[in-house]
Design a protein. Structure first.
Length: 135
């Protein structure tokens, strides 16, 4: 249990940095996406903004637990296992959620696509961290 929590927290810190950095990079590369974040659907003024910063820790702890249960099924090298773990997460959890968000909210396909790519990168990096810390 200690390995799950510690590796999950380490992955959470890395994912938080990646999340914030990814948001700024995406806004810089795609300024029209940045304008969409000023829509009233994205309420950055309330106290709920902290959920954005807590999310990487929630996801990394969940992925850490999932990794500990699933790691023996994955075969191959360090990189292969990390990529496969990230792809499994994205296919099982992220893709259906992005589909739902795009169908139910007034957000562009481009913004949903950037969220999807960021989730894939986060999951692969989390998989690599979890594999290194909890082989």
């Amino acid at each position: 249990m200690k390995k799950i929590i510690i590796s999950g927290l380490v992955a959470g810190v890395v994912l938080l940095i990646l999340s914030v950095t990814g948001l700024y990079i995406t806004s810089y590369i795609f300024p029209n996406i940045a304008m969409q974040y000023f829509d009233p659907a994205f309420d950055a003024e309330s106290g709920r903004i902290m959920f954005y910063y807590i999310h990487p820790f929630i996801i990394s702890l969940a992925l850490s637990w999932f990794w500990s249960r699933f790691k023996d099924v994955l075969k191959g090298s360090f990189i292969t296992r990390g990529i496969e773990f990230g792809l499994i997460y994205v296919i099982v959890a992220t893709f259906p959620m992005m589909w739902l968000i795009y169908s139910a909210m007034s957000v562009s396909l481009l913004i949903v696509a950037t969220w999807f790519v960021l989730a894939l990168v986060q999951a692969v990096i989390a998989g690599l961290i979890l594999e290194k810390m909890n082989p």
